[in-house]
Design a protein around this ligand. Structure first.
Ligand code: ZN
Length: 369
């Protein structure tokens, strides 16, 4: 038996957290098999021996050729195909649109579906990526994304979503799926890690508060100034370490708050997990940093720029839109995490327990285990 997972490889540790959680759940559902990964931002990595091709333009040219020649690849050989947690529904006036994504056509339409052989295709922990306050209605004006959502859903034996907005968008397309907390909360189980005594408060800074601004009123300079102010407030509460998921974030943290400690080990997601297991509480722009901390029982709130940030609400923690934040709100934001330290471990363990049962139940049914 083997499973192929459409994910990213050495690209974003958040994606690694999500995938580790899925592996744990598959294992616990009774699927014991070898797992192979496909880097979705370069679909030609589906072909054995071409994992090193990381450029999408090169992939665009090479991938159809490898298909025509019939080179050995991970999708043909897989018994189960899995889309591993990521934004899957996005639709913005003037673009980008999820119907234009780089992987669905080459991997699913061209490779998997014509050679399906009754093999299951699972879409696990899919989410939205809209403007922060979106209600999903952008989709109603876009027939391409609307029909893509239906096509993707109908191709899957199981769709599980990780945020309510994703579900609203799917509902607008006339389909429905269950929302469960992102699988990243089970990565620690897959790697057998436990919470360690809390040593520091974690802050994390991203320019504009997140990956995308989508034309919203976000003032980069203002968020920089507010973050410096927030760091000053939090530093009075205890030792602070800035989590930097990329060298760019590390450079920004060095520039903005040079006196504070920084943590970065590029692309080593297990090192980040160990780091988050020793946190006390935090305020982060990185959603999956906050998810990882929360999974260890350490409350973290998210300041974000798009609807991904609101996934944290599934863990009973708060999210804030970066464009809404004022200096007067900073203390309250820090307090919304700090005040949850007592009792959050029990809260998250309850959430993890019921989510674990729900995932395993859904996976067993879909895979007929
Ligand atoms: Zn669209």
């Amino acid at each position: 038996m083997s499973a192929a997972i459409i994910t990213t490889v050495r690209h974003n540790i958040g994606d690694d957290f999500v995938r580790e959680g899925i592996l744990y759940l598959l294992n616990n559902a009774g699927l014991d098999c070898a797992v192979e990964v496909i880097h979705k931002h370069s679909p030609v990595t589906v072909v054995r021996g071409l994992e090193f091709v990381r450029n999408l333009h090169v992939s665009h040219v090479l991938e159809p050729l490898t298909r025509a020649i019939g080179l050995s690849n991970r999708i043909d050989d897989a018994h189960v195909l899995i889309q591993s947690g990521a934004p899957i529904y996005w639709c913005h006036e003037g673009g980008p649109h999820c119907s234009d994504n780089e992987w669905f056509d080459p991997l699913i339409r061209q490779r998997f579906l014509p050679n399906r052989r009754d093999r299951p295709f699972l879409n696990i922990a899919g989410g939205s990526c809209q403007r922060y306050h979106s209600d999903g209605s952008e989709l109603e004006l876009c027939s391409a994304c609307m029909s893509y959502l239906r096509e993707f859903f109908d191709a899957c034996d199981l769709t599980l979503l990780r945020d309510e907005l994703a579900r609203r968008m799917l509902n607008l397309a006339g389909r429905d799926a269950r929302v469960l907390p992102c699988t990243s909360i089970f990565a620690r189980d897959q790697l057998k890690m436990r919470s360690e005594p809390g040593e520091y408060i974690v802050l994390n800074f991203m320019e504009n508060g997140g990956h995308y601004t989508f034309g919203q009123e976000i003032d980069a300079g203002s968020w920089r100034r507010l973050f410096v102010e927030l760091a000053g407030i939090v530093a009075k509460m205890g030792r602070v370490v800035i989590a930097c998921h990329t060298p760019h974030e590390e450079a920004l943290a060095r520039e903005l708050v040079p006196s504070l400690d920084r943590f970065l080990i590029p692309n080593e997601h297990t090192e980040f997990m160990k780091f988050y297991s020793r946190a006390k509480w935090g305020v982060l722009n990185r959603v999956h940093g906050a998810f990882m901390m929360a999974s260890f029982g350490r409350p973290a709130v998210v300041v974000g720029s798009d609807s991904r940030a609101r996934m944290i609400e599934n863990l009973n923690l708060d999210a804030y839109f970066v464009g809404d934040i004022s200096s007067a709100a900073l203390e309250g934001i820090a307090e919304s995490a700090r005040s949850r330290c007592n009792g959050y471990l029990e809260e998250i363990e309850e959430i993890r327990m019921s989510a674990r049962l729900a995932y395993i139940d859904e996976l067993k049914t879909a895979l007929q285990l």
